[in-house]
Design a protein around this ligand. Structure first.
Ligand code: ATP
Ligand code: MG
Length: 248
């Protein structure tokens, strides 16, 4: 999937690129039409945040990196929007923190999972989970509950960019450390996250990777101190303040 020619000097370069990738994702069968609506919702919040990584989101990304480095079995969940927007960056993050990648869809079809797995392989992924679907997330309906037993089901830390609120809550109830990337600090997914990162996934995923590389030689004590000092409610409140005041 090649990107169209958009001059990088265009003031809305990132936004146009994002729209193009989502559109191409729908054409390629990896993003659902519902994904277009989710994207529109995200864009509105990104506009209000000034289309930049606010300091509290950068701090949350660092905490996420520390938590992933401490994890026994970290898993990054990928849906159709994430696959279309930042496949290469997801693979780089997985490499940096030694995480599994699992395709997990809200509107699950085998065909779309297969298309996303292939798309990720084209971008350099070796193993991609999500097709076995022999595990379950308790408390949600059948199709949406399906996960891999040796993937998300047995993960201790999960990265769920753009997860829906329901499933984010159910994953939290399983006792997992949940890292959510969501531009809307009022979304239920962000609210139930252990570590909410209120930022665009196009910026947040490479930012977590950069922090992980930076923290590569940190001791467990140092990493634990970073995770323990984090206050999720304060991070969400800071994002809301940034949206309301237009700065921060
Ligand atoms: P809930 O309250 O149940 O969590 P929701 O408002 O999250 O619902 P959806 O439309 O299913 O409902 O989810 C889309 C979410 O994904 C929105 O919160 C939106 O802000 C976020 N989003 C969309 N695109 C991006 C993106 N590129 N980066 C980060 N977040 C995004
Ligand atoms: Mg949500």
């Amino acid at each position: 999937m090649s990107d169209i020619e958009i001059p990088e000097s265009h003031p809305r370069y990132q936004s146009l690129l994002t729209r193009h990738r989502i559109e191409a994702g729908v054409e390629k069968g990896i993003t659902s039409k519902q994904g277009l609506i989710a994207q529109g919702r995200g864009e509105a919040f990104d506009y209000l945040l000034g289309e930049q990584t606010i300091p509290s989101a950068d701090e949350a990304a660092r905490v996420a990196a520390a938590s992933l480095l401490l994890a026994d079995h970290p898993v990054i969940s990928v849906n159709g929007n994430v696959a279309a927007l930042c496949p290469k960056e997801i693979i780089e993050l997985a490499d940096a923190v030694d995480a599994d990648i699992e395709v997990n869809l809200f509107n699950r079809t085998e065909e779309r999972i297969q298309a996303i797995v292939e798309h990720l392989r084209e971008h350099g992924a070796d193993e991609v989970k999500g097709l076995t679907a022999d595990g379950r997330i308790p408390g949600i309906d059948h199709e949406r509950a399906k996960v891999d037993a040796d993937g998300i089901e047995s993960a201790d830390v999960v990265v769920v960019p753009l997860e829906d609120g329901d499933r984010a809550e159910a994953l939290g109830a399983m006792g997992k450390t949940e890292i959510v990337v969501d531009l809307n600090p009022m979304s239920r997914s962000a609210q139930v996250a252990t570590i909410p990162i209120v930022d665009n996934i196009m910026r947040a995923v490479p930012n977590i990777t950069a922090h992980a590389r930076d923290l590569k030689d940190a001791s467990r004590d140092e990493l634990e101190a970073i995770v323990d000092a984090f206050d999720a409610d304060e991070a969400l409140a800071a994002a809301e303040r940034a949206i309301r005041s237009g700065d921060e």
